[in-house]
Design a binder for this molecule. Structure first.
Ligand SMILES: Cc1cc2nc3c(=O)[nH]c(=O)nc-3n(C[C@H](O)[C@H](O)[C@H](O)COP(=O)(O)O)c2cc1C
Length: 304
């Protein structure tokens, strides 16, 4: 028997290392007829904010040769509706449920967390300090060292819940940002959120996306994400959750070997929402062929 489970420490064990990436899988219920969600190690919800948000005007998604650019702007149903409408479905899942949180201010982050702290079906929070598509909050929290440190410390003070800080690659030194999050009390870091990107229609000379510059995701960013995981794994001891352009089982294994304990699937959910099944089969076959009985033996096994 091959053991696909991985431990993210602090009693958070996933049945396999594959999670969904925030904003690419809704709140899970929308896709429940399509696949068995419990086959994921866990799901990460769309970012939730205190109040509902409309997000940015259209067009807010554009396809690119190896991925997409989005400028959704954190559209979401807000905390009240989340608990009212999504809790029933999410709290009955057997896989882990991690709630991704976005906010305009530090106070808002703390308010959302205080409201969620008693929800025992939640296995962790992922704090989105890396959204490139909003004017207030978002990436501003994750690009300034002092702000990131203060926010992480303040969140740590009000919760014992598993705490993941989701980092942006749009900084000079992501390893330093990861270390700051670790020292301030984060239990894990996830990376990467989208990379700044743009696309222009040469006939109208207008940007193809309303915000002109949005967030690039998908296979185009996989090598960037992998390099960032390698950099961060040399800087922190807490688990790393790798994200960016993962579309195959081979990609998942690359991220684990690079130093990630788990990974998230994002843009691939728009291309093939059933990709998970093929990935799990590929990984089991690979481990069998290699004579490895536990996937955790691969984590950080990069031979330089
Ligand atoms: C349409 C879309 C919406 C997203 N919304 C969120 C979000 O609400 N919160 C968040 O933290 N990340 C969000 N992301 C970023 C993804 O979670 C992920 O970090 C990024 O897309 C890179 O992974 P990928 O290349 O596998 O898509 C979004 C990405 C896309 C494509």
């Amino acid at each position: 028997m091959i053991d696909l489970s991985v431990s993210l420490n602090k009693n958070l064990v996933l049945s396999n290392p594959i999670l969904t990436a925030s904003g690419t899988f809704g709140y899970g219920d929308e896709l429940a007829d399509l696949l068995d969600i419990n086959r994921f190690g866990g799901i990460i919800t769309k970012s939730i904010s205190l109040e509902p948000r409309q997000g940015n005007p259209d067009p807010r998604i554009v396809e690119t040769p190896a991925g997409m650019i989005n400028s959704i702007g954190l559209a979401n149903i807000g905390l009240d509706a989340f608990l009212r409408e999504k809790k029933k479905f999410l709290s009955h899942l057997r896989c882990k449920v991690i709630v991704n949180i976005a906010a305009k201010t530090e106070k808002e982050f703390c308010e959302v967390i205080q409201r969620l702290n008693d929800e025992d079906w939640i296995s962790g929070y992922e704090i989105n300090v890396s959204c490139p598509n909003v004017k207030e909050g978002g990436i501003a929290f994750g690009t300034d060292q002092e702000t990131l440190q203060r926010l992480t410390k303040n969140i740590r003070k009000i919760t014992d819940q598993y705490l993941i800080i989701k980092l942006t690659p749009n900084v000079t030194n992501i390893a330093q940002m990861a270390k700051i999050a670790e020292d301030a009390g984060a239990d894990a870091v996830s990376l990467i959120n989208t990379v700044y990107g743009s696309a222009i229609d040469i006939y109208t000379r207008k940007p193809r996306i309303n915000s002109t510059i949005g967030g690039l995701s998908g296979p185009a960013i996989k090598p960037i994400a992998l390099a960032n995981v390698i950099k961060v794994s040399g800087a922190v001891r807490i688990p790393i959750i790798g994200i960016g352009g993962i579309t195959t089982g081979e990609d998942v294994l690359e991220f684990l070997i690079a130093g990630a304990t788990a990974v998230q699937l994002g843009t691939v959910n728009f291309m093939n929402p059933l990709a998970l099944y093929g990935m799990l089969d590929f990984i089991s076959d690979y481990l069998n062929q290699q004579g490895i009985d536990s996937i955790s033996q691969l984590i950080g096994s990069l031979q330089k």
